[in-house]
Write a protein that binds this ligand. Structure first.
Ligand code: PEP
Ligand code: MG
Length: 583
């Protein structure tokens, strides 16, 4: 092979395909002064580029409507309207008349607009910033005669390996699973949302490759191994055959694991562990339901919003939740209220913040916009008629947030009552424990909530002060750090003392070694990616709680994450054998 790029394994599976390089960045525009007699020609060039960009948006809109649905397609209408805006057109023409080339004039006007929108007080205007950027990329690409990279053009069966810096929402909605075999990004980590989405879509993915978009030129043949994080460029036939064989073996192993779906998740010393599924998209509900999961431990509702121009209304949300609830029969379905912000943004995003992960996200955003939050709460109370729905609040740091949310929940119930709608009033309300504040002070929540669910992705990020999405810090993102283990142990202990339900729904739960540690720390409910349910069940059935406890307590007493991991690895290998522990 020519090149071997190594990133972070994000979604398992092997893809052999052709690199589709997607550069979605505002291009550099050279300074170019034009003579007076060229002004009419430049204005004509601007209009021609606008017209072609609008035609392109119509094509994309139609395709996205067919593949993803009308709501997802609506973003492209918004972008078309921006291109027709009188002020935008007049502003660009005025600058051309001051002897700037069309591309420079358009760039300056768009820059002004983006800054103005980002500062705007009204959220709807702030949400348009991402659209402006998309429009700018489209028009400048045409004016500068650069290659167009839209993934929407890929024909079915293209078997493309999409290589891009990061996957933005407007790109995500263009992804056609029949055309794309795998995803590779420069940015991101295992717990960033590109990775989570790729796992949901069942697409092999590698993130955190850092420089893949610079090192590749497109059209190369490549093997993407989502389990090891290896992207092999221009492999030999021999290497391709070897990977195809591995893919076959993985399929056989998956089939073997599938038979576990019907078996109980009980440890060798007879302790039952409840395994639930994390569902990110309503379409995933069926895979989750057949994986052997006993319900949903985390439904990430923000993926109903990401990639769209408008928020889903009450009815649309109700149908999405109902679909998941019904797929799981009478089993519990924990639905988390919108965890927007951070790296999960609707199209157009929100105003950029200096520290988005410490910013206006999740429960903070919902409580500050009760009109938006109440729509979701009403949809949840209505969906609860169809099964065992539980509502979970993300990123809480204080019990006040729970009390405010409960007040809004009561108001939502009152409104439904006034309307005469069918709904359930007594829906359990729980919190995610994903900040050190919530973990350390978890005892302050016990009288106000029905359950805790530990979100280890954020808990690790905030405890270790390591950005979960920063590929340069991936080695420092160590969930087995003793500080993290102690916070988890404390949370579970407090829940048990107060007879509260508790679970773990972060990525830790999906990884066998960490699942072993969690069970040792007292966790009895794990919520994992649907495809990991059998893998975790196999571990559960091979270990005893006694061995897990002894190992996890020793790990929590270690000085470093490396020591803690070594202890757990050694103990797990003793319990289930070296080969199985290496998974
Ligand atoms: C977590 O933080 O662990 C979690 C489950 O939530 P998310 O990954 O969606 O932030
Ligand atoms: Mg989280």
């Amino acid at each position: 092979m020519d090149k071997k790029l190594t990133g972070i394994p994000a979604s398992p599976g092997i893809a052999v395909g052709t690199v589709h390089l997607l550069r979605w960045e505002v291009p550099d525009v050279p300074q170019h002064i034009i003579p007076d007699d060229a002004i009419p020609r430049e204005i004509a060039r601007l209009h021609e580029a606008r017209t072609r960009a609008k035609e392109r948006l119509v094509t994309i809109r139609d395709r996205v409507e067919r593949t993803a649905g009308p709501q997802e397609a609506a973003i492209f209408d918004v972008q078309r309207e921006i291109l027709d805006d009188r002020e935008l057109v007049a502003g660009s023409e005025a600058l051309i008349r001051q002897n700037l080339a069309a591309e420079k004039a358009f760039e300056i006007v768009m820059l002004e607009w983006r800054e103005r929108f980002a500062r705007a007080g009204h959220p709807m205007l702030r949400e348009r910033v991402g659209d402006l950027k998309d429009v700018e990329i489209r028009v400048l690409t045409l004016l500068l005669d650069l290659p167009d990279h839209d993934p929407v053009d890929l024909p079915k069966g293209a078997n493309a390996i999409l290589v891009t810096h990061d996957l933005t929402p407007s790109l995500t909605v263009q992804l056609d699973r029949d055309a794309i075999a795998g995803i590779a990004t420069d940015a991101g980590t295992r717990t960033s949302h590109v990775a989570i989405l790729a796992r949901s879509l069942g697409l092999p993915a590698i993130v955190g490759l850092r420089t893949a978009t610079q090192q590749l030129s497109g059209h190369e043949t490549a093997i993407l191994d989502g389990s090891t994080g290896l992207l092999a460029v221009n492999p030999t036939h021999f290497e391709i055959d070897a990977y195809r064989e591995r893919a076959r073996q993985e399929a056989v192993e998956e089939a073997e694991l599938r038979h576990l779906a019907t078996l109980d998740a009980v440890t060798t010393d007879g302790v039952r562990i409840t395994l639930r599924a994390n569902v990110d998209l309503p379409e995933e509900a069926d895979i989750g339901a057949t994986s052997g999961a006993e319900g949903v431990g985390l439904m990430r509702t923000e993926f109903l919003v990401v990639g769209r121009a408008t928020m889903p209304d009450e009815d649309e949300q109700y149908h999405a939740y109902k679909r998941v609830v019904e797929a799981f029969g009478g089993n519990p379905v924990v639905i988390r209220t919108f965890d927007l912000g951070g790296d999960k943004l609707p199209v157009g995003g929100f105003p950029s913040e200096p520290n988005p992960f410490l910013g206006w996200r999740a429960i903070r955003m919902c409580l500050d916009q009760p009109e938006l939050f109440s729509v979701q709460l009403r949809a949840l109370l209505r969906a609860a008629v169809h099964g065992d729905v539980r509502i979970m609040l993300p990123l809480v740091v204080t019990v006040d947030e729970v009390r405010q949310a409960r007040k809004l929940l009561d108001e939502a119930a009152a409104e439904l009552e006034r309307r005469g709608a069918k709904f359930r009033r007594d829906v359990p309300l729980g919190v995610m424990i994903e900040t050190p504040a919530a973990a350390v002070a978890c005892h302050t929540f016990v009288d106000d909530v029905a359950f805790f669910s530990i979100g280890t992705n954020d808990l690790v990020q905030y405890t270790l002060a390591v950005d979960r999405g920063n590929a340069n810090l991936a080695m420092r993102f160590t969930p087995l750090h003793p500080a993290v283990l102690r916070l988890i142990r404390r949370t579970i202990f407090t829940a048990d003392q107060h007879l509260l339900d508790s679970a773990v729904c972060g990525e830790m739960a999906s990884q066998p070694l960490m699942a072993f540690a969690l069970i040792g720390l007292g966790v009895r409910q794990l919520s994992v990616a649907p495809r990991s349910v059998p893998l975790v069940k196999r571990i559960v059935r091979g270990i005893s709680v006694a061995a897990a406890q002894e190992a996890a307590n020793a790990a929590a007493d270690a000085a470093t994450a490396a020591e803690s991991e070594a202890i757990l690895r050694e103990r797990l290998a003793e319990v289930i054998g070296h080969d199985a522990a290496a998974d």
